[in-house]
Ligand binder design. Structure first.
Ligand code: HEC
Ligand code: HEC
Length: 283
């Protein structure tokens, strides 16, 4: 085991001040081994990486109690400068981490893609930087083996199938209505996602009630970043505004729109993400 240092305990500032209620997800995915997670995967999150900042700090520096989807438990100190998580805390971490993977498919798992270099198949960006240059990285392999071992039907052909395309036409005519549609006591997406890096529901020009083709395309390009085609539960579009009790993310400044995955609107959007033909709800 590598030495672990004390400074790790202090999370860096950007997420400080957010008070989050700890909650254990009821939707932990089947097949993932807790024992293997605790022994092999979790140590990766606290391993020192020889520096500070993106690509160099231990994952836990930023991911302990932060507002990111990978929200780990606060670390404890063992009296000699080392840090650890109790078994109960590890179980909570396990619940959180499990939701960031697609059992059996490391390449499609957010946990594995986020810190992996783009040219090696990683996600386009990670505020925390890139830690793994290639999939051959030993730590990456440890995580990948854990995820792979959970595959229910090890069907390599299925794993390689390219994800279903996202239907732009359905997005334009139907999904965008969700951004505008009122629900009692809730604010519509368009009020907060009208611009900037999360602007998938651009502010409508004066006098217009819906987006034109060009604007729809731009909305689509932004929203795609929050969609993992084929996988509603790893698509932040569908998990961010979904209540944690129903399998959603722990935190969304914009609050919740869906309190159950049986909500017809959520179902409709999930079908779209899965690439299935979906019928538009009439509002
Ligand atoms: C310097 C701070 C920092 C470090 C260090 C860091 N991260 Fe992150 N990470 C973030 C932030 C901020 C976000 C949320 C914004 C984003 O998606 O980039 C994030 C998001 C993530 C997500 C969620 C992705 C998603 O789409 O839901 C995963 C998974 C993740 N990081 C994994 C890791 C791993 C694994 C490590 C260590 C090898 C690590 N991070 C190190 C700051 C950091
Ligand atoms: C009151 C303002 C507000 C409303 C309303 C709102 N959001 Fe958000 N949303 C935010 C803010 C602020 C963030 C970034 C911080 C966070 O993750 O909570 C965010 C983040 C997100 C993210 C994750 C973006 C990322 O960078 O990871 C998604 C997806 C999202 N919102 C979807 C929606 C959808 C869909 C709706 C409408 C059903 C909606 N939001 C309504 C304020 C809002």
């Amino acid at each position: 085991m590598r030495p672990r240092r004390r400074w790790l305990v202090a999370p860096i500032g950007f997420a400080a001040g957010m008070v989050l209620v700890s909650q254990v997800s009821p939707t932990r995915q089947e097949g993932l081994s807790f024992a293997q997670y605790r022994a092999r995967v979790e140590p990766i999150f606290i391993a020192p990486r020889g520096g500070h900042g993106p690509g160099m700090s231990p994952c836990a520096t930023c991911h302990v109690s932060s507002g990111t989807p990978l929200r780990l438990q606060p670390l404890q100190e063992d009296g000699s400068g080392g840090v650890f998580w109790s078994e109960e805390q590890s179980r909570r971490n396990f619940d959180v981490v499990s939701r960031l993977v697609v059992p059996g498919q490391p390449e499609r798992s957010r946990l594995l893609r986020k810190a992996l270099a783009v040219q090696a198949g990683g996600a386009p960006f990670h505020v925390g930087g890139k830690f793994f240059e290639s999939q051959a990285d030993p730590e990456w392999q440890i995580m990948a083996n854990w995820v792979r071992a959970a595959g229910t039907s090890p069907d390599p052909a299925a794993a390689e199938t390219s994800p279903p395309p996202l239907d732009f036409e359905f997005f334009r005519t139907c999904v965008q209505q969700v951004f505008l549609n009122k629900r009692q006591g809730r604010m519509e997406c368009v009020h907060c996602h009208g611009g900037g890096s999360r602007g998938f529901a651009r502010t409508l020009p004066e006098g217009r009630a819906f987006w034109n083709l060009e604007e729809s395309r731009r909305n689509f390009e932004v929203l795609r970043r929050y969609v993992d085609p084929g996988y509603p539960l790893s698509s932040r579009f569908l998990t961010h505004p979904l209540a944690p009790e129903a399998g959603g993310d722990h935190f969304h400044s914009g609050g919740r729109r869906w309190f159950s995955r049986d909500d017809p609107e959520w179902q409709m959007l999930a079908a779209w993400v899965r690439g299935e033909a979906s019928t538009c709800l009439s509002y």
